[in-house]
Design a protein around this ligand. Structure first.
Ligand SMILES: Nc1ncnc2c1ncn2[C@@H]1O[C@H](COP(=O)(O)OP(=O)(O)OP(=O)(O)O)[C@@H](O)[C@H]1O
Length: 261
């Protein structure tokens, strides 16, 4: 079990009629347009869509890094709109893990100190057994004392995954986590995320442009023009690529029509 507050039957991320509008008056952009969707606990979701379709905005709103213009986002049963800045910061430290394309490790800290940073920020003393366990799980037991500059890209992303998992968060959000990695290393990193879902009942939500990466997920959600444009369960690379080609063609048509929204 992962020690979170909602029963497994509930959605760990829940959007109800979420709109996100950037800008004012004549120059507004509707990045999310009445999005309603639930993501189940202990599942791996990939979010895909053409450039500008709202993927990053979806992730930012789901993680409470950005607030919707209207509608409700619930994370682990908590309506994020009810939280002030301090409560949101606490939620980010304890209930949410992040893995970015650019790793975002602290260069002066060792592997162990990078991994345990979220615990220390949350005021918790890291327990040796839990630290050993997570570092073992990502295959870095022999590199505990190394600094990020001494590690390959794939190893650095493993550190970032361990750092995301150490707090046993309700959700790990990935923003193109394999975007900077070669194909083989990317596959290893995706397998680690899969394993976290299957073995540790972790929930993972990942934005990606890569159909191969998306095919590691249980489900792919497609966004187009700020709306959910469908989903694929147990996706194959070919199905994801075909769906993306169709959405890309549609996005191209909209641009040709003057970006009508
Ligand atoms: N801070 C902002 N101010 C104004 N417009 C924004 C802002 N952030 C995003 N947008 C607009 O909202 C829309 C959705 O952007 P978003 O970054 O969510 O798309 P995306 O699918 O992640 O794109 P990409 O794949 O290119 O990263 C785009 O039209 C974008 O220009």
């Amino acid at each position: 079990m992962n020690g979170n507050s909602t029963p497994p039957s509930q959605d760990v991320v829940r959007f109800d009629a979420v709109r996100k509008v950037y800008g004012r008056s004549t120059t507004t952009v509707t990045a999310l347009d009445e999005v309603s969707i639930g993501l189940r606990r202990a599942t791996f979701t990939a979010v895909m869509g053409p450039s500008g379709s709202g993927k990053s905005t979806f992730l930012q709103c789901a993680a409470g890094l950005d607030r919707p213009t209207s509608g409700t986002v619930r994370l682990d049963g908590v309506d994020l709109s009810t939280l002030g800045e301090r409560a949101l910061t606490r939620l980010h430290r304890r209930r949410v893990g992040f893995v970015f394309q650019s790793f975002n490790l602290l260069p002066a800290l060792s592997v162990v100190d990078n991994v345990t940073l979220p615990l220390r920020l949350a005021g918790r003393r890291p327990e040796k057994a839990e630290v050993d366990d997570v570092i073992e799980r990502v295959g870095l037991a022999a590199r505990r004392g190394s600094r990020p500059g001494e590690l390959s890209g794939g190893q650095q992303q493993r550190v970032a995954i361990a750092r995301a998992l150490i707090t046993r968060p309700a959700v790990v959000f990935g923003d193109e986590p394999t975007g900077a990695l070669d194909t083989r290393t990317a596959r290893e990193v995706l397998s680690l995320l899969r394993e976290a879902v299957q073995k540790a009942e972790q929930t993972v939500v990942m934005v990606t442009h890569d159909p191969v990466a998306a095919a590691h997920a249980d489900r792919v959600l497609f966004l187009s023009d700020g709306r959910i444009a469908g989903s694929l369960d147990r996706p194959t690379v070919e199905e994801v690529a075909a769906r993306m080609t169709r959405l890309g063609a549609r996005a191209g048509e909209l641009v040709a029509q003057g970006g009508a929204r």
